[in-house]
Design a protein around this ligand. Sequence first.
Ligand code: PLP
Length: 570
Amino acid sequence: MTKSELIPLRKEPQVAYLSMEIGFDSRIPTYSGGLGVLAGDTLRACADLGVPIIGVTLLSEKGYFRQEIDSDGNQIEHPVDWNISEFLELKGTQASVFIEGREVRVRAWEYFLVGSSGHQVPIYFLDTNVPENSPEDRRITAYLYGGDTRYRLIQEAILGIGGVRLLRALGYLQIRKFHMNEGHAALLILDLLSQEREHGTMESKLVETVRKKCVFTTHTPVPAGHDRFPVEVACAVLKGNFPEQEIMRGCPGGELNLTRLALDHSEYINGVAKKHGEISRGMFPGYSIDSITNGVRAVFWVADPMKELFDQYLPGWRSDPFLLRNALLIPQSGIQHTHQMMKKALVEYVEAKGGKGFREDVFTIGFARRAATYKRADLLFRDPAKLSEIAEKAGALQIVYAGKAHPSDMGGKEVIKRIIQTMRTLQGKIPCIYLADYDVTLAKLLTAGVDLWLNTPRRPQEASGTSGMKACLNGIPNLSVLDGWWIEGHIEGVTGWAIGPRPAMGIEESSDDAKDADDLYHKLGEVIVPLYYNNPAGWSKVMHQTIAINGSFFNSHRMVQQYVLRAYFS
Ligand SMILES: *Cc1c(COP(=O)(O)O)cnc(C)c1O
């Protein structure tokens, strides 16, 4: 196909994609981690592929937070001040949502993602900081995931109910599918039901009619991760939007459970990796739950020098990332030389941030993700003496970390502190740094500049994971617990290495920290570090295979095509 044949006609948006967070540019700090970055990559891939979709999210005027880490390893949170009007355009249209009986005006800021073929995907950032609103209501969309349970429900009402009302007010009347990226947006269902009723749909057909319009992606394999509210809280917050009996109908069993609401009213439901689909089917028996494994947007996550190399040997890969399967055509020296350029950029960044003793010829391990305790960021440091021994015997190591803990996640903050304190005890033996303020820019630098991407979640809690996929696109192999996407991407010694055993079928899973740490040290000391230092050609081959086998598949072009076929236009 020639390029001009790919240019789609201007299409009226038919799918609305609602997500509490959407992240695609670190200057627009309206995301906290994987969920938001996935939403950003999804919408950008839709723009590339000409999918008629619109994004809806919250403005998060003060961002999530800017992370500072003090010398003792304590996380300090600062509001992010970003210049909204530099990036987004304020629309004149408003909608109303009732919160605790008060009318709250919601306005929207618009941004267009422009795809490689010129197709545009609008994103609306919802904002309650409108002069007519009370001071308290003006702060509803200030902080992403800020505040208590009640505040969370209020934000979710703005996203779900405010989102669909605003789309209607903006004139988007042809929406066929509402895609809820996680349960946060599920209150839109109550609004769709009430619309259908107003339009005269028979009572017995209401649920069926709304179900045809809804798509739900669940991301959370742990029951505690699903938002639930007592029915009294739900009624108190939502009153005024719908008659009370309709709110009550959304609360079967005496509570408002957004996951249940979404499950009961979505024709298409999916988990975000094959294993996560299986886990979700176990958690929610009786529902038909598919899986679409996540992907990341190749042209964004491949680092610039690597992009040029791909252009030379795999022309066309930017619009057709499946061409990366031919990565074995690239000479070994090309990949190695290009990787060294990216590693140099990382080492320079680390030095600028105060890292001492980092070198471009030393094997570098990277770990960066939200500091949630199930991710076990400190597993690598369980036995610092063992780690020093590996560095002495198998070959020199250096280690780079990053990741934010949610402001109210004390456990996550403790993990950061422990890591930083352990890093100090390794001084003089292994250069280590914990980089502050992890965001998409830092993620790009890390997933291109390290030699090995480490992931150590407690099974089966990693629904998918996506940073490892970003590393693959840059030829960086993973060393990871077999959970989430890695179960599908792992071939031992070919695309990377596993920590611990293969998962069994079903949901009876658990992780043994001591065993996993032993296996991690064993793989590092006996297999990975020796391969890196003693067999550069062998190492290079793994890098090639990583791009060819995993980069060509775990990308958002493949993912979006699956959503289009199975969920949007089936
Ligand atoms: C990709 C990304 C994540 C998600 O990483 P996981 O491996 O899924 O935990 C989180 N934060 C940022 C900034 C990212 O770019």
